[in-house]
Design a protein around this ligand. Structure first.
Ligand code: F0G
Length: 416
């Protein structure tokens, strides 16, 4: 039987209790399982025949009633072997786990399928989140599928257009807050404590993390039950890096994989409290009051899951690094042009971080590396258009196209 447990004081809560922070010490909660039951679930080999997806790992998820599952077919994303990029960067083996292939175009769908299923199990009627964009798009979609009321708080003018269009078309109540993500999160935390009928689905909700841990499970399965040497992942509110680590450690404890990857978190230079804490050898973060970056998805100054993320980085002997906006945009372009993968700026920070850490010798060129790209490039078309060469415009004439393409006019001499 699964239960909720405080990561600090160990207090336990029932699986159906709606509680976001420990009532004794106010720290985060995580889902724990009876180890014997998990081992039993692993022995039941049925799941290995199911296609790659979040629900392939149904036995490792804290959901009691399968008939309540709310799914849009999430997970099962490609693990792309990037030989051209690896050669370009002078590294041995590089994969990109491309989470933009999820139903709403980001890894958030892994968490939402489980989180919204839990909401349905609990019988709640309305859900809410604060978001830099992708969480709102995902929650809006899953709430629509489940017939739940949905409200999302987003920082006004600071979310990419694709994400805004998603939250709107799925019918969520979209509330633009004159403030940043951290302020919006603070409000939804207070709101969901005050109005207990509104279920909070930010990543402090441990059921979200359970869904997202499938990202780690899938990488193990796609590498034939092996862990890579290193995972490089963008970090914002810090739920995802914690979730991926949970997936790897659970598979490791069950003996599915023999080794564990070094978790490597990348933050934008203007929003990097976790990187600063890791670099300073500090046990706690100093929030950034006014975070700023072109990668709006990770424009976060006070990541709520910082403690879980720092545990993941430290326990795995990983590291953390910052990247500038310039480095992010250049990596985004490189990934698109060398590997045909179009990801949003925040996602490209994993590639930018890899480049920096290989260059400064932190990452060994011989490692087997997986970079996670978290969201689809079409989420933020404005940035892509702004940073690319302008299209040329010509008259609808063959000669005009030939001129643009630098083709010489063909002169054909007909034989008489
Ligand atoms: N990449 C993308 C594309 C994201 O949307 C996010 C987070 C992250 C990385 C960072 O993941 O927060 O788990 O560390 N986006 C959230 C949102 C905050 O509201 O969509 P994290």
């Amino acid at each position: 039987m699964a239960y909720q447990k405080c990561i600090n004081c160990g207090s336990e809560y029932g699986i159906d209790e709606i509680v976001y922070f420990c009532r004794k010490c106010e720290d985060l909660l995580e889902i724990k399982y009876d180890q014997g039951e998990l081992a039993e679930a692993l022995r039941d080999n049925e799941w290995r025949n199911a296609p790659l997806s979040v629900w392939r790992y149904r036995n490792f998820m804290p959901i009691s009633d399968s008939s309540k599952i709310v799914s849009l077919n999430e997970g099962g994303t490609g693990l792309h072997l990037c030989q051209r990029l690896a050669k370009h960067l002078g590294i041995r083996q590089l994969y990109v786990k491309n989470e933009g292939e999820n139903p709403t175009g980001s890894f958030k769908d892994r968490g939402m399928t489980v989180g919204v299923t839990k909401a349905v199990e609990l019988g709640v009627k309305s859900v809410i989140c604060a978001s830099t964009g992708n969480t709102s798009a995902s929650l809006a979609a899953y709430a629509a599928k489940a017939g739940l009321q949905c409200a999302v708080l987003i920082p006004s003018g600071k979310i990419a257009y694709g994400k805004l269009s998603q939250a709107m078309i799925y019918g969520a109540k979209v509330i633009q807050v004159r403030g940043n993500f951290d302020e919006s999160l603070d409000i939804v935390l207070k709101l969901s404590e005050k109005h207990r009928t509104i279920y909070l689905l930010n990543s402090i909700n441990p059921f979200r993390i359970e869904g997202q841990k499938s990202l780690g499970f899938e990488i193990c399965d796609q590498l034939n039950q092996e862990a890579p040497d290193r995972i490089v992942v963008p970090v914002g509110n810090a739920g995802n890096i914690s979730a991926i680590w949970k997936g790897f450690t659970e598979f490791h404890e069950l003996g599915v994989v023999k080794a564990l990857p070094k978790m490597t978190g990348i933050q934008a230079a203007g929003a990097a409290p976790i990187v600063q804490a890791i670099k300073n050898g500090s046990d706690t973060i100093v929030p950034v009051a006014a975070p700023e970056t072109v990668a709006t998805a990770i424009r976060i100054g006070a990541p709520v899951s910082w403690k879980k993320a720092m545990t993941a980085i430290k326990e795995s002997h990983g590291t953390a690094e910052t990247v500038t906006d310039e480095e992010i945009l250049s990596a985004q372009k490189m990934l698109a042009r060398v590997e045909g993968l179009f990801v949003e700026p925040a996602s490209a920070s994993s590639i930018a971080g890899l480049i920096k850490l290989v260059d400064n010798g932190t990452i060994d060129r011989d490692e087997r590396i997986v970079c996670v790209t978290t969201g689809h490039g079409l989420k933020d078309p404005d940035t892509a258009v702004k940073m690319s060469e302008k299209p040329v415009e010509v008259d609808a004439e063959l000669a005009a196209i030939e001129e643009v393409l630098g083709l010489k006019k063909q002169v054909t001499i007909l034989a008489r």
